[in-house]
Design a protein around this ligand. Structure first.
Ligand code: PMP
Ligand code: GLU
Length: 396
């Protein structure tokens, strides 16, 4: 079979593969606890579900404008203004089939063959593949654990070459939960403007911040950086709507038009019913969203405490998102149940096989001495899952 060079460059999403495996084990009747995929365990709030049912009953089941219906684009603008004081007009918004699709659009309209995209690591699994798919070259910048896995402005500047076109900034971060402070963002923004580097700012976790933090977007440091930034967000994480597939971008009208035109050929509009649901999510009452955030914060505290009590594991306290990126160096090289743990994949495989707990190996995020734990699961699961892991590791 012939496969294009581009297709051969792409490997499957390890997070989705692990999720499929955990779900298949559960379907076989195995009591799997999943700290694997980053997917809220809450149901989509009732008012949002009702809006979808009403859309179906009203016959809102046909093609819509490719970049999303006007009311949804307006709702996105209103939410960005209310939450983050970001000013956008509807012609700057493109609604897509999930934030992943928005990222695909962004890289495709920004990158030419051979252009470099700077990517601080650890980073989420899809960036490298989406950049390669667009013909770009991911340039990985190693951000240190001592600096909460956040790239410093100096590290950024050192990675810039004449071919640098894009910086990918994901704050709060998947997989670390790290949040960039305003001071560093201002400096990074200055460097981007000086070198005319575009920013793909993935803000999908911006509503999931803890310890009273407030969100700052890199786009907020003046019109020049705003023109260079494509903000990515969506309803999957903050509104417990992963399956509805609604994400969006906010950018300069020229970039938005290019992404809308691209999308008009690749997928047409995002699902009409899900668009109506997303309007309710963004415009409707936000109390249930805050309740989920508060619950995530409590789960985070519990998870970090328990992980730090496991011999050989350590983790800092993440400021946002719903992941803990735990250092497992203390376990590497040990032998557990006949397996020598050489890296994160060995340990994740062992934990899944022996105690039926799914975690993502850090190597999927470019860091092999770590495991990622998602706390988008119940407190009971957190307690039980981490007890199982602790008992297994007692044997080392
Ligand atoms: N960005 C990040 C950092 C994510 O963790 C995810 C989760 N898959 C996405 C984008 C994509 O979200 P969506 O489900 O809206 O495609
Ligand atoms: N972003 C989530 C995760 O990292 C969902 C899976 C995916 O899209 O990769 O687990």
């Amino acid at each position: 079979m012939h496969l294009s060079q581009r297709a051969k460059l792409i490997s499957p999403s390890p997070t989705l593969a692990l999720d499929a495996k955990a779900k298949a084990m559960a379907a076989e009747g195995i009591a799997v606890i999943s700290f694997g995929v980053g997917e809220p365990d809450f149901d989509t709030p009732a008012n949002i579900r009702s809006a979808a049912i009403q859309a179906v009953d009203a016959g809102f089941t046909r093609y819509t404008a490719a970049a999303g219906i006007d009311d949804l684009r307006k709702a996105v603008c209103a939410r960005l203004k209310a939450n983050f004081d970001e000013e956008y007009q509807p012609n700057q918004i493109v609604v897509s089939n999930g934030a992943k699709h928005s990222l695909y659009n962004a890289f495709t309209v920004l990158l030419d063959e051979g252009d470099e995209a700077i990517l601080p690591t650890p980073c989420w699994v899809s960036y490298t593949e989406l950049i390669k798919l667009a013909g770009g070259i991911p340039v990985l910048v190693h951000a240190s654990e001592d600096n909460e896995f956040l790239m410093t402005p100096q590290e950024f500047e050192e990675a810039i070459t004449p071919k640098t076109r894009v910086l990918v900034l994901n704050s709060p971060s998947n997989p670390t939960g790290g949040v960039y402070c305003a001071e560093n963002l201002r400096e990074i923004a200055r460097i981007c403007v000086a070198h005319q580097i575009y920013v793909v700012a993935d803000e999908i976790y911006a509503q999931l911040l803890y310890d009273g933090r407030e969100y700052t977007s890199i786009s907020s440091f003046g019109p020049e950086i705003k023109d260079l930034t494509i903000v990515i967000n969506g309803v999957s994480k903050s509104y417990a709507m992963t399956g509805w597939r609604i994400g969006y971008s906010a950018s300069h009208p020229t970039l938005a038009k290019a992404m809308g035109d691209l999308q008009s050929h690749v997928t047409s509009n995002p699902n009409s019913i899900a668009q109506k649901a997303a309007i309710e999510a963004l415009n409707g009452p936000q109390e249930s969203i805050e309740a989920m955030r508060v619950e995530f914060e409590q789960r985070r505290n519990k998870m970090v405490e328990m992980i730090n009590n496991i011999p050989g594991f350590s983790a800092g306290i993440p400021g946002g998102a719903f992941y803990v990126f735990a250092n497992i160096s203390g376990v590497l090289g040990k032998n557990i149940r006949g397996v020598t743990i050489a890296g994160s994949t060995d340990l994740a495989d062992l934990i899944l096989k022996e105690v039926n707990v799914a975690v993502v190996p850090g190597i999927a995020f470019e860091r092999d001495e770590f495991l990622r734990f998602s706390y988008a699961t119940s407190m009971v699961n957190i307690q039980e899952g981490l007890e199982r892991i602790a008992a297994l590791l007692q044997e080392s």
